[in-house]
Design a protein around this ligand. Structure first.
Ligand SMILES: [Mg+2]
Ligand SMILES: [Zn+2]
Length: 201
């Protein structure tokens, strides 16, 4: 295996994607994989939701770049380390690559606790700005699919297009849209449904 993921990413972006906006950003827990209040601490606990891997592969085959932006305060709390997190993300990429021969383009995470007051823990916009910088593209109007109000707020703050899914914490978040002033956010049952809508546009 000679190619690193970043090398594959570069060759992919130059050969397939020309439009700068062919990007979709995803939250991880509750969107791609089952969430847990006890945190997802290991590869064994990383369980994809039905249809989520296929949905990511659909985006990739359609020429989209896919990035993931995830809060992982379990690192800062000492529940698991960045090595364990990277093993989960390697597993995720293995699953995606098995379906479309391409990995996710970029996965960024915030390891901090809320009390660290960093600028990357969603709803702060730092993770999304990092994606913008690392992928060298504007994320204006780029879909950001999440299952929590925080995800939607982070998207709003950078001019991305927030989309809610009902998996994970999504059903609870759906009841809070009005008080969060987010009633115009589209809501889908799961990632597969949200992706189908993006690809039909
Ligand atoms: Mg989530
Ligand atoms: Zn952070």
């Amino acid at each position: 295996m000679g190619l690193s993921f970043s090398e594959q990413r570069d060759s992919h972006t130059t050969s397939v994607v020309s439009g700068a906006t062919n990007l979709v950003i995803l939250d991880r827990d509750g969107v791609i994989n089952r969430d847990s209040d006890a945190y997802i601490r290991s590869v064994a606990e990383f369980q994809p939701l039905p249809g989520s891997i296929e949905a990511i592969a659909r985006l990739k085959r359609a020429g989209y770049r896919v990035a993931v932006a995830t809060n992982q305060s379990g690192v800062g709390r000492g529940y698991f380390d960045s090595k364990a997190l990277e093993a989960m993300h390697a597993r995720l990429n293995e699953l995606v690559s098995a379906q479309c021969q391409m990995p996710i383009d970029l996965i960024v995470y915030c390891p901090h606790r809320p009390e660290d007051h960093c600028d990357c823990r969603k709803p702060e916009p730092g993770l999304l700005l990092r994606i913008e910088a690392e992928l060298k593209t504007s994320i204006a109007n780029v879909p950001f699919i999440g299952d929590s109000i925080r995800d939607l707020q982070a998207a709003r703050r950078v001019g991305a297009r927030p989309i809610l899914v009902r998996t994970g914490k999504g059903r609870a978040a759906e009841t809070q849209l009005e008080q969060a002033n987010l009633t115009s956010v589209p809501v889908f049952d799961d990632l597969a449904a949200a992706v189908a809508d993006i690809l039909s546009a």
